[in-house]
Design a protein around this ligand. Structure first.
Ligand SMILES: Cc1cc2nc3c(=O)[nH]c(=O)nc-3n(C[C@H](O)[C@H](O)[C@H](O)COP(=O)(O)OP(=O)(O)OC[C@H]3O[C@@H](n4cnc5c(N)ncnc54)[C@H](O)[C@@H]3O)c2cc1C
Length: 379
């Protein structure tokens, strides 16, 4: 796909960040400390990457979804969680306000999100409500001047880092998905507490955890979107998030392919590079074909979104489904080519293999994407 000059500039900036910042030492430090350097986030901001999907009037660069997935690919080729950090201000942090916030809410929060002054996490999942969010138990009871929230959200990305959460709760507990509303919850407000970071298999450096609400008062003006329209609005946000997971999957798969090519060229068996073994070269050919197919699907889904095409949502689902599953296949093949070295802790491929496992689970699992795609096809 031919990219515009503006998008090529974004690609170059993201590529330079990835090449210059994500050295093995930095990646190891992120893994062992569980924290991501603020310096790199600020560099992403200064290069305009934190506001790629945010309109200029709210502090963004407004270059759109194609620029966004191009940047995600470049960054995550070296570091998967860089993509999750880029996703927050561009999608899950700003998306709900852009999609269904009031003008006042947008003006008040969006410039600060893009500027990394505040962080907003997206809190939908609960212990008994993952794929099927209609089963959520968090309640928002109407009181004088606002709502009183009680409940618990779990596995929330960035819960420990965020200042606010776009948080979903039942405003009508008998109406299922039609009784859910979205609120902007100040995570420093009385009654809010957060769990310790969960021990995850991968994506070290981006904590996830619980948000617990005990009689938390939310003023009426912090309702986001219409009351009882929260489910539809959450799905619209996830629709955007899916494209990001597809872009991140593409970047990680490309990183795995590059590592595998390097290893196969450098490693000799009986004086002959591994890459000269036909079976290995065929594996690399297969991986390259898959990465190229992923890129076509992600970029075209992003273009459809930028064009406002009504099919953009289902294409984002296809991109998420195909790319997350295929990334896991490419990572497994890359690890196989590395042999025992790939299985060792601290090897780059081992980290990527662990990082990408969750891509088929979060932002709507593969089975949920299949349901969306089939539903669209068979209606
Ligand atoms: C690293 C990480 C970060 C996360 N970040 C966030 C976040 O920021 N905000 C947030 O709200 N949540 C977040 N989550 C939660 C995530 O979105 C959920 O894990 C996801 O929606 C799946 O829900 P579940 O784990 O409860 O699985 P379940 O819904 O219990 O599903 C279990 C399995 O059953 C399958 N399944 C479920 N229903 C069906 C069906 N009808 N038909 C066929 N198969 C089905 C699923 O595909 C899955 O394989 C995060 C999770 C992880 C691991």
């Amino acid at each position: 796909m031919i990219l515009s000059k503006e998008i090529l500039e974004v690609q170059e900036k993201a590529r330079r960040i990835a090449e210059e910042e994500f050295t093995k030492d930095v990646l190891d430090e992120i893994e062992s400390s569980g924290t991501f350097p603020r310096r790199i986030l600020e560099r992403m901001r200064d290069d305009g990457l934190t506001g790629l999907k945010v309109p200029k009037e709210y502090g963004g660069t407004d270059l759109g979804n194609l620029a966004y997935v191009v940047a995600l690919e470049e960054l995550t080729r070296k570091c998967a969680i860089a993509g999750v950090y880029l996703q927050n201000p561009n999608s899950n942090g700003s998306g709900p306000l852009l999609l269904y916030g009031t003008e006042e809410q947008k003006e008040k929060y969006l410039p600060k999100v893009v500027d990394l002054e505040i962080r907003i996490c997206f809190a939908l999942t609960e212990p008994e409500a993952g794929s099927d969010v209609s089963g959520m138990a968090t309640l928002a009871e109407k009181v004088d001047g606002g709502y009183l929230l009680n409940g618990r959200k779990c596995f929330i990305s960035g819960a420990q880092l965020a200042d606010y959460a776009v948080l979903f709760a039942k405003t009508d507990k008998y109406a299922g998905a039609k009784g859910i509303s979205a609120f902007l919850v100040d995570l420093h407000a009385p009654g809010v507490s957060r769990g310790l970071p969960e021990h995850k298999m991968g994506l070290a450096g981006y904590p996830i955890g619980d948000i617990i609400l005990e009689d938390v008062f939310i003023p009426a003006e912090d309702l986001i979107g219409e009351e009882n329209k929260g489910f539809v609005n959450a799905m619209k946000t996830l629709d955007n998030g899916r494209l990001a997971v597809a872009g991140i999957s593409l970047g990680v798969a490309r990183g795995c392919l590059e590592e595998a090519i390097k290893f196969a060229k450098q490693t000799e068996h009986n004086g002959r590079p591994l890459a000269k073994q036909q079976a290995v070269s065929f594996m690399l050919a297969d991986m390259n074909t898959k990465v190229t197919a992923m890129r076509e699907l992600v970029y075209s889904a992003a273009q459809l979104k930028d064009a406002g095409d009504p099919q953009a949502g289902v294409h984002a689902s296809m991109a998420k489904y195909f790319c997350s599953e295929t990334c896991n296949q490419v990572a497994a093949a890359a690890l196989q080519i590395h042999g025992e070295y790939g299985y060792m802790k601290g090897s780059e491929i081992e980290r990527k293999y662990r990082d990408c496992r969750v891509f088929t689970i979060f932002e709507g699992s593969s089975q949920i994407q299949q349901m969306i795609i089939a539903g669209q096809m068979l209606r």
